[in-house]
Design a protein around this ligand. Structure first.
Ligand code: CA
Length: 233
């Protein structure tokens, strides 16, 4: 692996999962630290400032959502992947809303999880070099702080949201296909579906559009993909 060794913090109370992840991550050249409780994980993150966090949703003391929110307050840029035993869409969305960058549902493939983490780390490295501010309607997007402001309301943006917006902004006024979005943002290593793109579009519309059901900025191009219109509201 190029560059200095990256450290991953695993917050998970099931020892066999920690052991499996630790082995795989160390084999891939990562340093690994771990905590079995949420509060210990927060303390460790504060002390060690890891490059990425793998966070279980079900922990013995406080739940993963609370841990995620705390980590996000501490470090807006730290990549966080949530592990969840639940497969309900609402739980996933709640995890992403709490500030997770991605999630995998147990039982998961360690290789897929590592591939996703690498993708997020690569994007995090790329994003570090691009301090841009863009207006989309009344929303002000900051690609450097991963935030979106509308009036006095400020929303945190996850890495996928930032990358999706960046791609749409680069191509503002032109239709961008779902396939291109998937290929450029999720890459070939993970296996998302077109629904993945649509779910993130829904999340972005809620943050940007005055009427998310009747979007005027993130427009659907029927049977193809999406198009961004940045004109004022
Ligand atoms: Ca657990």
């Amino acid at each position: 692996m190029a560059g200095p060794k990256k450290t991953v913090l695993i917050i998970e109370d099931e020892p066999h999962i920690v052991m499996g992840l630790r082995d795989a991550l160390e084999f891939e050249g990562f340093g690994v630290i771990s905590a079995g409780k949420g509060r210990d994980g927060i303390t460790l993150a504060r002390a060690e400032n890891p490059d990425a966090v793998i966070l279980d949703l079900m922990l013995p003391d406080i739940n993963g959502y609370a841990v995620c929110e705390e980590l996000r307050r501490m470090s807006p840029f730290m990549p966080i992947i949530m592990l969840t035993a639940r497969s309900q869409e609402t739980d996933k969305i709640r995890g992403l809303d709490a500030g997770a960058d991605d999630y995998v549902t147990k039982p998961f493939s360690v290789n897929e999880l590592i591939a996703r983490m690498r993708a997020i780390l690569r994007r995090a490295a790329r994003l570090g070099a691009a301090p841009e501010l863009v207006d989309i309607g009344n929303a002000k997007v900051s690609f450097s702080t991963h935030t979106l402001k509308v009036g006095t309301a400020e929303h945190a943006l996850s890495y996928y949201e930032v990358e999706l917006l960046r791609l749409l902004v680069e191509r503002a006024g032109q239709p961008v296909s779902r396939d291109e979005i998937l290929q450029k943002i999720w890459g070939l290593e993970a296996v998302p579906t077109n629904r993945t793109v649509d779910n993130f579009i829904v999340k972005l519309r809620k943050k940007i559009e005055k009427h998310p059901d009747k979007p005027v900025h993130i427009l659907t191009v029927y049977g193809f993909g999406y198009k961004l219109a940045t004109a004022p509201d």
